[in-house]
Each structure stands twice: as C-alpha cells, then as structure tokens.
Write a protein of this length. Sequence first.
Length: 89
Amino acid sequence: MKKFIAALLMTLCFAGCACAERVKYEYKIVPLGSLTSLQKSKGASQKTAEVEGLLNEKGSDGWEIAEIFAVRTTFDPNVFFAVMKRPVE
C-alpha cells in the first residue's frame, strides 16, 4: 500500500509539473570587447567601468547574463561576448 501511495504522489507531482507554464526567453549576444586591459594595472579601472556600464544598461532593460565566452584570435586572445537573455512576455 505504501508503494502505491508513493507512486500515486510521484505521478501527481510530475503531472503538475507538466502543466506549469514554461518561461520563454529571447537572447542577445553583446560584445564586451577585448578584456586584455583588465589583466594590466594601466587602464584596468576604465575598462572595468565600461563593461560595468554596459552590463548595467542591459540589466535595466531586463537582460541577464546566461553565459560569457571568448573568441580567441591571433590578434587578441581575450575578446569576450556575453549571451544575455530575458523573459518574453
């Protein structure tokens, strides 16, 4: 009897989860540029302020960071992009 009740409860829980509304997102790729200057003391605070300003601007529009990735080239191995998402209403 306990196994039956446990199975019934699990079934009801999963059925309830399937009916829950799923959130849909839209995505945007935001170039953060070269972050090489963040590794050096000279100019690091200016570049940090630029990146913070960009992220705060996007955040005020409802965007949040989903992932950050780097594109490595022979010219600059530290060019970063942020994948941002926000719920679609």
